[in-house]
Design a protein around this ligand. Structure first.
Ligand SMILES: Nc1ncnc2c1ncn2[C@@H]1O[C@H](COP(=O)(O)OP(=O)(O)O)[C@@H](O)[C@H]1O
Ligand SMILES: [Mg+2]
Length: 274
């Protein structure tokens, strides 16, 4: 498995800040991994993504994104391998049509016109945006505008995808679409690291949890275990709250898991009775 992102004892402090926004962070993400980056506000999640996209350089330690040490690089040096979606993706859009927005990155990469056309068409299809290709991004409803920003992050076929709150402000249908796009890209080997407070999205699209608190990585493991160990900074999906209320296995995040845990408990009590 190729390593898509590696942080080796990474620290970062913003100019003038009294403490590190990220301290001694260790993280290895392999191709196909789906990481939910969770933790309370101010934990350092966005800072970690900014370091991974070479928008910031580490104060200490080493960041390797898509195989490249970011120390002397900027985001443009990673554009052929790393895609990212900002917390306010609207600030990423500046072209006059959806298709032009998608073509912008590949043009910077000096792809041929034919290759750009092919990639733009395929990505518009993947995100259900084909009918909007000629429209101005700002004429689209907010959820579709966010899809355009996601499409722009995907069009150059990144091996590492960095998403900051990808489902914030999305309606249910658009959210389902984002979940399935993330799953499909992961199946093709793309590593995804998503900052999210949306456990429902995390459960459907990702499978590993990394929790930050006060700039430190405080948990890294199977998603259910990491989410189950949090104290309210991520809203658990309804099945997980039901599992908690019934004191079932706290790793039960989906309705299927809850049903299985309940069935196990029932058959255990059947055995006790007979
Ligand atoms: N541009 C900045 N300048 C100074 N401090 C910042 C800046 N951005 C974030 N911070 C601080 O760094 C810490 C981590 O912030 P951030 O990475 O945005 O956390 P999160 O995304 O988990 O909410 C916080 O204490 C925050 O106040
Ligand atoms: Mg943030």
């Amino acid at each position: 498995m190729a390593i898509a992102l590696r942080l080796e004892r990474v620290s970062f402090r913003y100019a003038g800040a009294g403490s590190d926004a990220l301290a001694d962070a260790m993280l290895t993400v392999e191709s196909g991994d789906g990481v939910a980056l969770v933790g309370p506000n101010g934990a350092g999640k966005t800072t970690l993504l900014r370091l991974a996209m070479a928008l910031l350089a580490p104060s200490g330690g080493r960041v390797e994104s898509a195989g490249r040490d970011t120390a002397r690089l900027g985001p443009e040096d990673l554009a052929d391998r790393v895609g990212f979606l900002f917390q306010q993706p609207e600030t990423q859009l500046f072209e006059r049509s959806v298709a032009a927005e998608l073509a912008f990155g590949p043009r910077q990469l000096r792809w041929s016109a034919a290759r750009i056309d092919g990639a733009v068409t395929a990505t518009l299809d993947e995100l259900g945006l084909a009918a909007d290709a000629a429209r101005h991004p700002y004429d689209l409803p907010a959820p579709r505008r966010r899809l355009v920003a996601l499409a722009a992050a995907l069009v150059a076929d990144p091996v590492l995808l960095l998403l900051d709150e990808p489902t914030a402000g999305l309606d249910r249908r658009t959210r389902r679409l984002v979940e399935s796009v993330v799953r499909a890209r992961r199946a093709r080997g793309v590593a995804v690291v998503a900052v999210t407070h949306d456990a429902g999205f995390a459960v459907e699209a990702l499978d590993r949890g990394v929790a930050l608190a006060g700039g430190r990585v405080v948990a890294d493991g199977p998603l259910a275990r990491v989410l189950g160990g949090l104290d309210g900074s991520v809203a658990l999906p309804p099945p997980a709250r039901l599992a908690q209320a019934l004191a079932l296995d706290p790793r039960s995040l989906r309705l299927e898991d809850v049903a299985r845990a309940l069935a196990e408990r029932c058959s255990a009590s059947d055995r006790t009775l007979s």
